[in-house]
Design a protein around this ligand. Structure first.
Ligand code: SAM
Length: 209
């Protein structure tokens, strides 16, 4: 997976590649068959959700790297899903807060994170489009669900000293991974690449249909 899907697509950060080698993706998959779990595709989760394709997890993590690096960085993930992305961030040394709207998914993620030694990840249940202001500011925010625009509460909770937010922005069925960087009151935005994510359902996302 690391060699053929990540290194071959210009993911070069040794620490990030090591994190992908260490986190057992099959442990977080709903159907944990190792050959499938390490394939070049998303995997199904309960509640109609998915674990994203390994490459897109790596590309978004790489784009979200805070200016001071990952070790000790305060990081918010919106959309815990299986807990896989949270485990990658924990491997990188980040202080991870992750929020999920489906209580059952959060419970399963908690089980797998603990079973695999990731005891420090703080899991919340709720509408992550509002962020998690009690643990802000964040050096990095990764939103692993697609919204129509960047939720203002997330911009407000980003560290003003170069905090980065990465999120797929667009319609329900087609988005562009977007990177936001905050410098004081200035917010810089750039677009990375196309993606297809499940929708961010919430106050600052899409409505539940
Ligand atoms: N990062 C996850 C992983 O590593 O397994 C995959 C996340 S999946 C692509 C997107 C997740 O976002 C789903 O679990 C979905 O329930 C969740 N989600 C959607 N809207 C949300 C919201 N407003 N707040 C929190 N989680 C939300």
């Amino acid at each position: 997976m690391v060699r053929e899907q990540l290194e071959a697509r210009a993911i070069t950060d040794p620490a990030l590649l090591d994190a992908f080698r260490r986190v057992p993706r099959h442990a977080f998959a709903a159907e944990p068959e190792p050959p499938t779990a390490y394939g070049d595709h998303a995997l199904p989760l309960p509640a109609g959700q998915t674990i994203s394709q390994p490459y897109i997890v790596a590309a978004m993590t790489s784009a979200a790297q805070p200016p001071g690096g990952w070790r000790g960085a305060q990081v918010l993930e919106v959309g815990t899903g299986s807990g896989y992305q949270a485990a990658i961030l924990a491997e990188l040394g980040a202080e991870v807060v992750s929020i999920e709207r489906h209580r059952e998914l959060s419970r399963l993620a908690a089980e797998q994170l603990v079973a695999n030694g990731y005891h420090g990840v703080r899991l919340l249940v709720g509408d992550g489009s509002e962020g998690a202001p009690e643990w802000a500011p964040y050096d990095a925010i990764i939103v692993t669900a697609a919204g129509p625009s960047i939720p203002q509460p997330l911009i407000d909770q980003l560290a003003p000293s170069g905090g980065r937010l990465v999120m797929p922005i667009g319609s329900r069925d087609h988005q562009l991974v977007t990177v936001v960087e905050r410098h004081g009151s200035e917010v810089r935005t750039r677009q990375l690449e196309p993606a297809v994510f499940v929708p961010l359902i919430g106050e600052h996302g899409f409505t539940d249909e």
